[in-house]
Structures are given as structure tokens and as C-alpha cells.
Design a protein around this ligand. Structure first.
Ligand code: GSH
Length: 275
């Protein structure tokens, strides 16, 4: 009798916990997902990552009321399907005000929002295009990377469906030599802007603590410098294709590249995600 009550009670608690659990739907190696993951880890939020391979990610987003893209954060308070909305939501519910990623000071907050928007619109797509342009032709490496995302059944399907996934990625992001060249120029412009800002030796882009601008810049350009603390375990650099190794070495030597590596080493909180 008592045993029966206890087990009903445990089932009930498990159900309530499930309803209250925060779920981050991702393609684990995506840099926009890294931005959301870093913010969750920074705030010390308890969450579970629901990771998918590209294309399969829509099985995680649509049924939960998200859109086509990841990250999507599912919480008891609602579904947030854009990385900036996720960071804003986390700030709104933060219990520790010192952890807020959008400064209370209005002019600083506007600066952070402007930089975040610029990185989201320019840097994120440019990094993705440039890296894919150097990776999609490297079938074996690319398959290995794709197989690091998603549950076992998706990983098993990634090999046979690789030609389809590759052409879907090429089409969706319009990857070709010209767009890769334009992306390289966009990255150059953003890096130049950041380097002008940090020329005085500052540790953060705005003010004197970590903000959404720093997390967005470092996440969206992270895969250009392969930081050891990136929230998705990147392969060892010497295992990457030569075109990527050359790019990473060049970017790491830049002041903006070193700025990202420093941010990661100093401010990338360890993951608070549950397995
Ligand atoms: N504005 C969105 C962009 C996110 C985004 O571009 N996500 C990519 C992965 S890096 C995606 O889900 N692509 C899959 C698709 O477009 O189907 C955000 O900041 O959350």
C-alpha cells in the first residue's frame, strides 16, 4: 500500500520535473547554438540539450513550437526560437543580477544590442559560409563532424544520406566561391571593428564585464579559432582539412582571434547541461 503510494508519488514528481525542465534544441556544432549554450551555462541554468544532426533538427524544433532554425529553448515560461530572445529571456529571469548579459545602463545596453545584432546578421552567416566552403568538399571529415550530432539513429543515417545533406546545406546557405569570398570580407570587416575597440587593451567589448556582445562575438567566430573550451568538442586542429588549419592559424594570430581565445579561457563557464 505504502509502496504503491510512494511509486505514484515518484511518477508524479518525475512528470512535474519533465514539465518544468528546460530543453535546448540544437545542432550541437552550430555556433548559434553555442551562443545559447554559453548563456545558459553562464547563468547556471539547469537544462537538457536535445541535439540533432542537420535536417533532422526540424524534428526537434517544429513539434515544440519553434521555427526552422536552432537553437530553440523550451521552458515552462514559453518557447524561444532565436538566440537573442533566449539571452534576453535568461536575463529577465536571472536571480543573480551580476550575471546579466545586457547592462542596466541604457547607453551600454544599446551598444551591446547593436553589436549583437551586427554579429548575428553579418558574422554568424559569414563564418558558417566560409567554413562550409572549406569543408563540404572534404567528405570523410565532414561525415565525421556530422556524426557528432544527434542521437544514434540519426548518426547512423548521416553516412548514407550525406550527399543529400551536403546539397541541402549548399543550397540553403548558397555556398559557392563568390559567396565564400564575400564572407571572408565580411569577417575581415567585423574583426577590424572589434580590433579597433579592443586596441586599448580592454577585456570586454562593452563595459567591464561579460555581456551578450562578447558571448555573441566569441561564439559566432569561435570555430575560426578552435578554442579548447568550445561547448561542442571540436576535433584536434591537426585532424582538420588543410584549408581550415590555415584559416584557424591565421585568425588565432589576430588580436580579435586572441581576444576570443582569452574570453573562452576566462569566461566560458563549464556546461550545466544534463546528459
Ligand atoms: N537568427 C537565428 C539564426 C539561427 C541559425 O541560423 N541557425 C542555423 C544553424 S547555425 C540553423 O538552424 N539552420 C538550419 C536551417 O536553416 O534549416 C538565431 O540567432 O537563433
Amino acid at each position: 500500500m505504502v509502496g504503491g503510494e510512494l511509486s505514484r508519488c515518484q511518477t508524479y514528481i518525475a512528470e512535474v520535473q519533465k514539465m518544468a525542465e528546460n530543453i535546448l534544441v540544437t545542432i550541437s556544432f552550430s555556433h548559434f547554438c553555442e551562443k545559447a549554450r554559453w548563456a545558459l551555462d553562464h547563468h547556471g541554468v539547469d537544462y537538457r540539450e536535445d541535439d540533432h544532426a542537420p535536417i533532422f533538427h526540424m524534428l526537434g524544433t517544429y513539434p515544440r513550437g519553434g521555427g526552422r532554425t536552432v537553437p530553440v529553448l523550451v521552458t515552462a515560461a514559453g518557447v524561444f526560437s532565436d538566440s537573442t530572445d533566449i539571452l534576453k529571456h535568461l536575463d529577465a529571469v536571472a536571480t543573480d543580477a551580476s550575471k546579466r548579459l545586457f547592462p542596466a545602463d541604457e547607453s551600454q545596453r544599446l551598444e551591446v544590442e547593436e553589436l549583437e545584432e551586427l554579429f548575428d546578421k553579418t558574422l554568424g552567416p559569414a563564418t558558417r559560409r566560409l567554413l562550409y566552403s572549406r569543408l563540404l568538399g572534404e567528405g570523410a571529415f565532414m561525415k565525421r563532424m556530422l556524426k557528432l550530432n544527434g542521437p544514434a539513429w540519426q548518426r547512423a543515417l548521416v553516412g548514407p544520406s550525406f550527399p543529400l545533406i551536403r546539397s541541402a546545406i549548399r543550397r540553403a546557405y548558397r555556398i559557392n566561391d563568390q559567396s565564400a569570398q564575400r564572407s571572408r570580407e565580411r569577417i575581415e570587416e567585423v574583426f577590424a571593428l572589434v580590433e579597433e575597440r579592443i586596441a586599448d587593451g580592454r577585456r570586454y567589448l562593452v563595459g567591464d564585464s561579460l555581456s551578450a556582445a562578447d558571448i555573441t562575438f566569441a561564439s559566432l567566430a569561435g570555430e575560426l579559432v578552435f578554442p579548447a573550451q568550445f561547448g561542442f568538442t571540436l576535433p584536434a586542429l591537426d585532424e582538420a582539412p588543410a584549408g581550415v588549419v590555415a584559416l584557424v592559424e591565421e585568425m588565432r594570430a589576430r588580436p580579435a582571434g586572441r581576444f576570443i581565445l582569452d574570453l573562452y579561457a576566462r569566461d566560458r563557464a563549464p556546461s550545466t547541461a544534463r546528459a
